[in-house]
Design a protein. Structure first.
Length: 346
């Protein structure tokens, strides 16, 4: 039997199930897909998965578990495997999607996705995943909770406006709606205070947030959301990866010479990042001459304001990453000195 150089468990994670492929790379650099199985995405399923892998693996070598970053559905499994001291890699979805295109696979299913992830892990040298610092995990939980509260409050305000616009508004309905809005205001203020206190406990994070907030349009909540959703850019190696992770990368549709669709942003990434950058982009355009000039130039080029706003969103997000990497405040001449700006063409 040939010596095994590497053994990988590729996992396609869904809300309720884990589709798993176990594969090995031998000394002749030949890849073999050994076994395939499906498990429930819950604690009992995690235990069954480990027992299944233990029967297949070579005990003399480590086994690497590879999975995509799929919202929050992969997190429980990752934490479970980490407590069992397994090696784990969590890869950005765009990497798997790009790798999938290189394979001769005609049909995309959960099974082929798991096999692709397994092959990706066998063919790459991947950095091992580290459990997020508790502070950043808490930040993400709080910012997402606030996002839900703001959405509920907006809905309640719309309901109040509709009720007040009626010919004969119902007094009790108005009172209850106002009480609900006041309650949601109170909850949002509590979350803001929790976030502020959380930042104060970590001097490094406090200084980083302060630097990020030097960017026009970027405030405390935006800075915290970006750092929390990226786990302080744990999986990000460059600006292009960051844009893809946020779903602000460009997707083009072509088929030979006959079909060519309009390029547009993929929206396949982290929706919380995209949402966090929307208002800062509008603020930067309104109140900063440099961003306003870029916005006007893009609108003059293709005539679509929303496309220009998305380009500003991406640039602001990239700037936050640059500040993190350089540990320096925003440079007002940055845009002037970097004319080769990445432009969303859709």
């Amino acid at each position: 039997m040939k010596n095994i150089l590497k053994q990988v468990v590729g996992i396609d994670v869904a809300q309720k199930e884990l589709v798993v492929y176990f594969g090995v790379l031998n000394e002749e650099l030949s890849v073999s897909m050994i076994a395939y199985k499906t498990f429930r995405n819950q604690s009992e399923g995690f235990t069954n998965l480990v027992e299944w892998v233990d029967k297949l693996r070579d005990k003399s070598r480590p086994v690497l578990f590879v999975m995509e970053a799929t919202g929050v559905y992969h997190e429980s499994l990752a934490y479970f495997l980490d407590t069992q001291s397994f090696e784990i890699n969590i890869v950005l979805p765009n990497k798997i999607a790009n790798y999938f295109k290189t394979l001769d696979v005609k049909t995309v299913t959960d099974k082929t996705a798991a096999e692709t992830i397994c092959r990706f892990g066998l063919g790459r040298q991947l950095a091992l995943w580290k459990r997020p610092e508790q502070g950043f995990k808490t930040m993400k939980q709080l910012t997402r909770e606030r996002d839900q509260i703001v959405a509920e409050r907006t809905m309640a305000k719309n309901q109040l406006h509709a009720e007040l616009s009626e010919a004969q508004p119902h007094k009790k309905t108005i009172e209850r709606t106002k009480q609900r809005i006041d309650f949601l205001d109170t909850q949002e203020n509590e979350i803001r205070k929790e976030l502020e206190e959380l930042i104060k406990t970590d001097k490094g994070v406090k200084e980083l947030v302060k630097l990020v907030c030097t960017i026009p349009g970027v405030g405390l909540l935006t800075a915290i959301t970006v750092l929390a959703e990226t786990n302080k850019f744990e999986l990000i190696k460059n600006k292009r990866q960051l844009a893809s992770y946020a779903g602000l990368d460009v997707k083009e549709k072509e088929s030979g010479t006959s079909i060519k669709g309009q390029p547009k942003i993929s929206k396949r990434g982290n929706k919380y990042l995209r949402k966090a950058m929307h208002l800062p982009a509008l603020t930067a355009i309104r109140h900063d001459e440099r961003f306003k000039a870029i916005f006007d130039r893009l609108v003059a080029k293709h005539g679509v304001k929303m496309k220009a706003v998305v380009a500003i969103q991406r640039k602001l997000l990239e700037m936050i990453y640059t500040i993190y990497k350089t540990n320096s405040p925003y440079n007002k001449d940055y845009l002037k000195n970097n004319q080769a700006m990445t432009v969303i063409k859709n």
